[in-house]
Ligand binder design. Sequence first.
Ligand SMILES: NC(=O)c1ccc[n+]([C@@H]2O[C@H](COP(=O)([O-])OP(=O)(O)OC[C@H]3O[C@@H](n4cnc5c(N)ncnc54)[C@H](OP(=O)(O)O)[C@@H]3O)[C@@H](O)[C@H]2O)c1
Length: 241
Amino acid sequence: MKQRVTIIGATSGIGRALTVEMHERGYVVGATGRRLERLEELRNQLKTNIHIQYMDVAELDDAINQLDQLKKDMGGLDIIVLNAGVSNYQKESVGRQADLHVIDVNVRGFANLASYSFNLFEEQGYGHIVGISSVASLFGWGLNIPYNASKSFVNTYLQGYRQKANHSDADISVSTILPGFVESEMTDGKKDLFWVQETEKAAKQIADAIERKKNEAFITKRWQLVGWLVKMTPNWIWNRM
Ligand SMILES: NC(=O)c1ccc[n+]([C@@H]2O[C@H](COP(=O)([O-])OP(=O)(O)OC[C@H]3O[C@@H](n4cnc5c(N)ncnc54)[C@H](OP(=O)(O)O)[C@@H]3O)[C@@H](O)[C@H]2O)c1
């Protein structure tokens, strides 16, 4: 039987490319997002083995009902990719409300679906949770404070669930994906970026990491170097950068 994967946040960038990639690899795909016309476009493009569902992850109870509906339409759920995310890199908007919006989507919206999916997978006896974090999760950064902190939450949250999965009778995998810069609406028009990966190439590497059930994967691999560099930088230097 074909495996069923739902991608949360499939209307643009990484999520959209990953939906197309997983579909090409023979999965039945579920695509969600707020921009329904984009979801309809995707369904028209892929034609078969695709199910779409409107979802705003910040509307917590509605998001659960919508995931349930999508799961019914797809005849079950084997893999969930928690990809929806927002950023305010380079001061698009700053202040309390801007910070809280990032936290509502990237932390509360994320945890709501991750926690629900884990329970669902425990009940059914198997499943795979994939969280799209970021290299930004590895350090605090004055130009994008809530974003980096929100992605750090994703790492720790999933690490906890990975440990819990190891103590569970169910066969549950938990993968944390850490992309560096990738072409998408999030990075569009931003200056000073480097090693920017094409969206489709990033999606292929993420799909490979999912199929290998990797605990953790940097996209691309060389971003791990940045991770090491950050770990080795003393706080007093970091605070002055
Ligand atoms: N691009 C990069 O360089 C980069 C690097 C590291 C990590 N990431 C992570 O990769 C993920 C995808 O980002 P991207 O770069 O592909 O950016 P993007 O093109 O802006 O895509 C963001 C996706 O998230 C969805 N989304 C945003 N707010 C949502 C909400 N409230 N409810 C439901 N869906 C929502 C969007 O769908 P709708 O607007 O239609 O709802 C869209 O499908 C994010 O988690 C991001 O943090 C990106």
